[in-house]
Design a protein. Structure first.
Length: 305
C-alpha cells in the first residue's frame, strides 16, 4: 500500500457470524498496528449506508465492515463516488465477496491482515438496480428461494450447511417459469427455474470460480439461466467446477454477459440481492465499472487460474 492506514471506521452487524467476542480481536489488532478506530453498530436496515456516508464525511483512511454480503451491500452504497477503500472482515455465513477477493474467512486472520498487511487496493465493479447497489449477485427463482429458506435461525445453528438444507427444500417448491430478458438491447425469452445476474464467479464456500471468465473487475455482469434440474445438471456442474469453463450445454444452462440487463418472469418469482430478499419485479440492472476500491491481500489480488 502506498498509504499507511492510521484512522479507520468499522461497521459491525451484531447479528452476523457466530457467537464470538469480536471486539477483542479487532481492538488488539488495531492497537498493535497503531490504528485509531471507531465502531458503529447496525440496528436496522439503512444503518450501514448512514455509517458509510459518515466515514466519507470524516475522511477516514478506510472503512471496514464486519458482517455478511447484505451488510457490505449497504456499506458500498454509502461509498460510491468516494476514494475511501473498503476493508472486509467476514462475518456472514457465505461471505461470497470476501472469498472472491481472497480475504481470509477467519476473523483473527482478517484483522491481522488489515493491521499489518501486506495489502493493496483493488478497484472493483458494482451492480446497480434503481437506487440500490450490490457486489455479488441478484438471483431470481431457485437461488432466491434458497436464500429465503436459509434465514437467520438455521444459519446460526448450521452455518453454511443451512444453504444446502434450504436448497433441498427450494427444489421442491421452485417451478419452471418464462423469463423475459433484455441484455444490452437484445431480447430473449426462455423457460427456466432460476436466473442469476452475477458480478462474481465463486459460490462463497470455495476459492474456485464456477467460471474463470467471470471477473469482478471486467466491467460486465454475467447472466445465467438454469433451465432444468436433473442428474445431467449435477454432472454438468461438477465438470464445470473442475474445468472452470463457461457452460456449453444449452439445454441445461444459458449464459450471457452484458452491461445493462432487464429481467422479469411469468409468473413472478422470489428475488434476492446479496443475501437480502427483494419484492420488486421487473428488475433493471446495470454495471458501474470501477465503482469502489477494496483492500485485498497483495499476493492474492488476482484470481489464480
Amino acid at each position: 500500500m502506498e498509504k499507511k492506514i492510521k484512522n479507520i471506521h468499522i461497521i459491525i452487524n451484531p447479528a452476523a457470524g457466530e457467537e464470538e467476542a469480536i471486539l477483542p480481536f479487532i481492538n488488539a489488532s488495531m492497537k498493535e498496528a497503531g490504528i485509531t478506530w471507531e465502531a458503529f453498530i447496525t440496528h436496522e436496515a439503512g444503518d450501514g449506508i448512514k455509517f458509510a456516508r459518515a466515514a466519507v464525511k470524516a475522511g477516514v483512511d478506510a472503512l471496514a465492515v464486519y458482517g455478511g454480503d447484505g451488510t457490505l451491500m449497504e456499506a458500498i452504497s454509502g461509498l460510491i463516488g468516494s476514494e475511501i477503500p473498503l476493508a472486509i472482515l467476514p462475518g456472514g455465513s457465505a461471505n461470497v465477496a470476501a472469498t472472491e477477493l481472497g480475504i481470509p474467512k477467519d476473523l483473527k486472520e482478517a484483522c491481522t491482515l488489515l493491521g499489518h498487511g501486506p495489502l493493496e487496493t483493488k478497484t472493483i465493479d458494482v451492480g446497480q438496480f434503481d437506487t440500490s447497489y450490490f457486489i455479488t449477485a441478484i438471483s431470481v427463482g431457485f437461488g432466491a428461494d434458497l436464500v429465503k429458506g436459509a434465514d437467520r435461525k438455521p444459519k446460526n445453528k448450521f452455518g453454511i450447511l443451512a444453504y444446502f438444507l434450504s436448497a433441498a427444500a427450494a427444489l421442491k417448491i421452485t417451478k419452471k417459469v418464462t423469463y423475459h430478458l433484455n441484455i444490452d438491447g437484445q431480447e430473449y425469452k426462455l423457460q427456466g427455474l432460476a436466473c442469476i445476474i452475477t458480478n462474481v464467479g465463486n459460490l462463497g464456500f470455495t476459492k474456485i470460480s464456477l467460471d474463470k471468465h467471470i471477473d469482478i473487475s471486467d466491467g460486465f455482469l454475467d447472466v445465467v439461466v438454469l433451465r432444468k434440474v436433473n442428474f445431467s445438471l449435477l454432472k454438468h456442474i461438477v465438470v464445470t467446477l473442475l474445468k472452470r469453463e463457461r457452460p456449453h450445454n444449452l439445454e441445461l444452462v444459458k449464459h450471457w454477459h452484458g452491461k445493462e440487463i432487464s429481467v422479469s418472469s411469468t409468473p413472478q418469482q422470489t428475488v434476492q440481492c446479496d443475501g437480502e430478499v427483494l419484492e420488486k419485479m421487473p428488475l433493471h440492472i446495470k454495471i458501474i465499472p470501477g465503482a469502489i476500491k477494496v483492500l485485498v491481500p497483495k499476493e492474492k489480488s488476482k484470481v489464480i487460474e
